[in-house]
Design a protein around this ligand. Structure first.
Ligand SMILES: Cc1cc2nc3c(=O)[nH]c(=O)nc-3n(C[C@H](O)[C@H](O)[C@H](O)COP(=O)(O)OP(=O)(O)OC[C@H]3O[C@@H](n4cnc5c(N)ncnc54)[C@H](O)[C@@H]3O)c2cc1C
Ligand code: FES
Ligand code: FES
Length: 466
């Protein structure tokens, strides 16, 4: 729960607010970790300081031969960036494994780093690439090598008045091949049981340098240095690969938890590192999937405090109509839509970003509205299931769900339809695999997904009729 919502215009302002307000204040970017901590984890926050409208936190650009990625850029924008697809494919391999479409439309690298979970999926890739973390606050700016950023589980070197402004990532050279591998308990929304990023520099057929970063097997992500050294000078033959994978496993210090035992994790490290190195040796590097969103990003202006009155008042366009909601204190977009506007087609299945029942389109992108604090939607456009039928006729996707018996229960169907709508605005004729990936953030626990996939395929013929 939160009481007050403010937008910071600069990193200095965000840092000053943190200093002034102390522990009652928290930075928010995509909200995919923080909203869960506030709802399920019971975290009470006085003031949320939104950093998503600070220009430097939303930019992707070249800076002195490195790539600058603003801390608040949503993962889906990273995946759609031609520059990043060219220069840091290893990072994007990791990013495309994070959460689901809805989570990638909100979550950011800054949030992944600040949460400092040993299982964060962006971290091993950034570590293997040799990224630096750029910090800023009223006292100035500094950069820290990512290997020195984490102090322990959920602990970093961030000072009380500092925020993460971005990361500086050296682009992959032509002779550097990277592979990210992850083992989770399901296909989407899975916290890594183990993850690993491996980057190898080859010269004249031999390994000149190897970097192996391992996640979820120690209090922080770390580099398996002994294993890296063992690979140098080798031509990535089976023995060198097996020895390095065993050394990486020995270097890990995992714990038992609900996702796996320490022994299982050690075994997984050996399997995953071996697999990554074999992929590199054979040149069989995981493909980058086409981006799931093509909508253009708009950097929104920072609203004045008069305009939003401490974040309790928001003006947004919902289903084509501008509305002002007078008091959204502590509310998610989900509950602002339900309680204030009576849009009951937006359902609460988990309030934790897991089920997709609350999916709406925010500026055209599918998001789980339970994770979005209502003020974050100020000045933006929201579309819900209620807004998609026109002139008394069902939208073609709704009709296809009826025709293919895909409207299986009243709880999940609206979320599935909103995800499908966002998909068909990006892909004219998606194949089964693309549909499954796009809907992976929407759960059904009653009947299954066959009719739903069939309905989306049929709707594509209707909506994107050539
Ligand atoms: C259903 C679900 C599935 C998920 N799946 C994955 C997954 O597969 N892999 C994975 O790695 N993660 C996953 N996550 C976790 C989460 O999406 C990521 O960690 C994400 O990167 C968090 O970014 P955010 O912008 O949403 O952070 P927020 O929730 O906004 O913030 C997270 C923390 O970071 C702080 N913070 C945010 N930005 C800054 C900044 N610029 N400077 C300083 N502090 C900052 C906040 O104060 C907060 O403490 C999942 C989460 C959910 C809900
Ligand atoms: S994902 Fe939002 S209610 Fe389940
Ligand atoms: S569609 Fe709701 S549980 Fe299956």
């Amino acid at each position: 729960m939160w009481q007050r919502y403010v937008f910071a215009a600069s990193p200095e302002e965000a840092g000053s607010l943190l200093k002034e307000l102390g522990t009652e204040a928290r930075i928010i970017a995509g909200g995919t970790d923080l909203s869960v901590a506030m709802k399920g984890g019971g975290l009470e926050v006085g003031t949320l300081i939104d950093v998503t409208r600070i220009p430097s936190l939303q930019s992707i650009e070249r800076r002195d031969g490195k790539i600058w990625i603003g801390a608040a850029v949503a993962y889906s924008r990273l995946l759609a960036s031609p520059m990043l697809r060219e220069s840091t494919p290893l990072l994007l391999q990791a990013v495309q494994e994070i959460g689901s479409v809805q989570i990638r439309n909100l979550g950011s690298i800054g949030g992944n780093l600040a949460t400092a979970s040993p299982a964060g999926d962006a971290i091993p890739a950034l570590m293997a690439l040799g990224a630096e973390v750029a910090l800023a606050g009223p006292g100035g700016r500094r950069t820290v090598p990512i290997t020195e950023f984490f102090l322990g589980v959920r602990k970093t070197v961030l000072n009380d008045d500092e925020i993460i402004e971005g990361v500086l990532v050296p682009p992959q050279a032509e002779n550097q091949i990277g592979v990210f591998v992850k083992h989770g308990l399901r296909r989407a929304h899975a916290i890594s049981v183990v993850n690993a990023a491996v980057l190898v520099t080859m010269e004249s057929g031999k390994v000149a340098e190897a970097r192996i970063a391992l996640g979820s097997v120690a209090p922080t992500v770390f580099r398996a240095e002994e294993a890296e050294k063992m690979l140098e000078g080798s031509d990535l033959d089976e023995k060198a690969i097996a020895d390095a994978a065993a050394a990486a496993s020995r270097a890990s210090r995992p714990i038992d938890d609900i996702r796996g035992t320490a022994a299982y994790r050690r075994h997984l490290v050996e399997v995953l590192v071996k697999r990554a190195l074999q992929h590199i040796a054979s040149g069989n590097v995981p493909e980058l999937l086409p981006p799931m969103n093509r909508q253009e990003f708009r950097l929104l202006p920072v609203p004045s405090s008069d305009e939003i009155a401490d974040g309790n008042r928001v003006t947004l366009t919902v289903n084509g109509q501008e509305v002002t909601l007078k008091d959204v204190r502590g509310k998610s977009l989900l509950y602002a839509l339900r309680d204030e506007l009576g849009l009951l087609g937006v359902k609460d299945g988990c309030s934790a970003g897991e089920c997709g029942a609350c999916t709406v389109q925010l500026d055209g992108r599918a998001v789980t509205s339970c994770l979005v604090p209502a003020p974050q939607a100020h000045g933006r456009t929201v579309e819900t299931i209620e807004g998609i039928s026109k002139n008394g006729s069902l939208h073609p996707i709704q009709q296809a769900f009826v025709d293919h018996a895909a409207a299986q229960c009243g709880y999940c169907t609206s979320g599935f339809i909103m995800s499908a709508k966002a998909l068909l605005e990006t892909y004219r004729k998606p194949d089964d695999e693309t549909i499954k990936r796009a809907l992976a953030g929407n759960l059904c626990r009653c009947t299954g997904y066959y009719q739903i996939v069939e309905a989306v395929k049929a709707a594509a013929e209707e909506v994107n009729d050539d």
